[in-house]
Design a protein. Structure first.
Length: 556
């Protein structure tokens, strides 16, 4: 800011030095003129060096400061994303969230760098030029400023239009990001259905919406820029005409008119740049609004005051009159559910699709919070346990395995970032994954591609199980962990799961009822809640819901 101030001040000196040459030096004895001109020229060169050194500092350190601020804000926003709960992500598009981290913050960092610097630079030039012009000829200067109220009204009116257009542009580009992310993530589905043209059509719809938004924005910007240029041209004409009249009436001489015209450029420059500065400001403010909008989104699931840390978890789980619905929906997914799971017990949850089995298990880890009732772990309400402590003690193996881009060892280590290579290999052996991993091109250091596309379904599932082995939680949840596998892979994965489940409280969600015949207790969920529970043989003997589901699968 100091360099911007010095640089702007130096810029104001050049017309004064020009006036000094044309009015004071050239009107004196010409015998000594060249020496005086050389001295003034030397002064100008020194000023040029200082001014450009200041400009270098402004450019480099200003941009570096903007980049540092952008980095901090990006980290802050990403950390906030990690705190938001499933309810938030259920209603958001990944591409739109990415846009706030990238495009919005880039524009914001540009404002943080250029904004204060430009505002100071243009303010100094504008005020300085006005003072000097007023000193040269007050009447002509005041004539120029008669245009200012009209310019201000014009600028305010079109600034609002430009701001609206910029906000709409950001929403549209975020929609494009979401469309691209969705299409590329599902590219295998797209190609399997030969729907490339359909995806292109969907993209074109969003792309054309963005085009229309940009066109509207450019129209407002063009009105703004053209109008400002007209004002600038009128001011220049005013100076030339009235300056010439003043020369005729001997109230202004030619050197003063030259100086006046030079300073008019400094007076007009802030006005000419107003469109750019305004666009930059609106871009940055819009980005800041979107940034703050996200930061002010409070996670609906967070640690309460005075939460406790779990030390030794036994795995005693109890649901007390639990009711739940998604996003305040009037139709409840779970209604007044009560049940107990003893430490080390192996239970299974069965029932029709959409009945709430996965939701019930999600309440244990507080991915969602109950509307009514309580979920207790070892007699403690899960709301009174810190989220970090709670989730470190619950391991989940899902049907839809998510593996991160990277190597095999990096994905297994996700279960315990501090684990040694030997501990990771041991976890892989327990998950029956070691042999196939060693058969990969680079063993544990093999890159598995985005979402593990280079692996089969069974291989991905065993890596996810190895990850949970490494985590070593006292409570396990298997959510349809084998339903998408072939018979051979299912057998291997089932052995891995049974090995993992030893001496742990285990909840299995299953549609294939043949895979849970050995469960110590099977709980059947229906629209009316828990309709029956018992062992496989006991439920078959009851000949009710479970027997109907089992016999139907057996017949199929």
């Amino acid at each position: 800011m100091t360099c911007a101030l010095v640089g702007s001040g130096i810029a104001l000196l050049y017309p004064l030095l020009t006036r000094y040459i044309t009015k004071d030096i050239l009107e004196n004895d010409l015998s000594n003129v060249l020496n005086q001109i050389y001295i003034v020229c030397g002064i100008m060169l020194v000023l040029v060096v200082i001014q450009n050194l200041c400009q270098f500092v402004v450019d480099y350190h200003g941009h570096k400061m903007g980049a540092l601020m952008e980095t901090d804000m990006r980290r802050e926003l990403f950390e906030h994303y990690q705190k938001l709960s499933f309810n938030f992500y259920d209603t958001q598009k990944t591409g739109q969230l990415m846009s706030r981290v990238t495009n919005d913050l880039l524009l914001l960092s540009e404002l943080y760098h250029h904004g204060p610097e430009d505002y100071m630079k243009y303010f100094i030039k504008f005020v300085g030029a006005f003072v000097i012009l007023f000193w040269i000829n007050a009447q002509l200067t005041l004539a120029i400023f008669l245009f200012m109220p009209f310019m201000v009204v014009f600028a305010i009116y079109f600034n609002k239009k430009v701001n609206i257009a910029l906000r709409r542009n950001k929403d549209r580009i975020a929609d494009i990001n979401a469309q691209v992310e969705d299409s590329l993530s599902g590219i295998r589905v797209v190609k399997s259905f030969a729907n490339e043209e359909f995806e292109v059509e969907k993209f074109n719809v969003e792309n054309n919406r963005f085009l229309e938004s940009r066109k509207n924005g450019y129209k407002s910007e063009a009105y703004f820029s053209t109008g400002m240029d007209i004002f600038v041209q009128l001011i220049t004409i005013t100076v030339i005409v009235f300056g010439s009249i003043n020369i005729v009436h001997a109230s202004l001489d030619l050197p003063d008119l030259i100086t006046f015209l030079l300073y008019i450029a400094y007076l007009i420059e802030p006005i000419q740049k107003l469109a750019h500065v305004t666009m930059q400001f609106q871009d940055g403010i819009t980005g800041f609004d979107r940034f703050m909008e996200m930061l002010e989104t409070e996670p609906d699931i967070k640690d309460a005051e005075n939460t406790i840390e779990l030390n030794k978890v036994h795995g005693n789980i109890e649901f007390k009159n639990v009711s739940f619905s998604y996003n305040g929906n009037t139709q409840r997914v779970l209604d007044d559910i009560s049940m107990k799971i003893n430490p080390g017990e192996y239970i299974a949850l069965v029932g029709p699709s959409g009945i709430g089995k996965t939701t019930l298990c999600s309440l244990i880890s507080r991915f969602y919070d109950v509307e009514d009732g309580e979920v207790l772990l070892d007699g403690v309400n899960v709301k009174d346990i810190s989220l970090d402590s709670l989730r470190k003690n619950v391991g989940i193996v899902q049907q839809d395995v998510y593996l991160f881009a990277g190597t095999v060892i990096e994905n297994i280590r996700y279960g315990n970032p501090d684990a040694t290579r030997e501990e990771i290999i041991e976890a892989a052996k327990n998950a029956n994954a070691h042999d196939f991993i060693m058969g990969l091109p680079n063993g544990y250091d093999t890159d598995i591609g985005q979402r593990g596309v280079k692996l089969s379904g069974g291989q991905k599932q065993r890596i996810s199980i190895a990850r949970v082995f490494l985590k070593n939680p006292p409570v396990l949840i298997f959510d349809e962990a084998t339903s998408a596998l072939d018979n051979e892979s299912e057998k291997i994965v089932k052995e891995s799961l049974e090995s993992l489940a030893k001496n742990r409280t285990t909840i299995v969600i299953a549609h294939r009822l043949s895979t849970i015949r050995n469960a110590e207790r099977i709980i059947v969920l229906t629209d009316d809640g828990i309709s029956e529970e018992g062992t496989h043989e006991e439920l078959l003997a009851l000949d009710r819901n479970y027997a109907h589901l089992y016999n139907m699968q057996f017949v199929i």
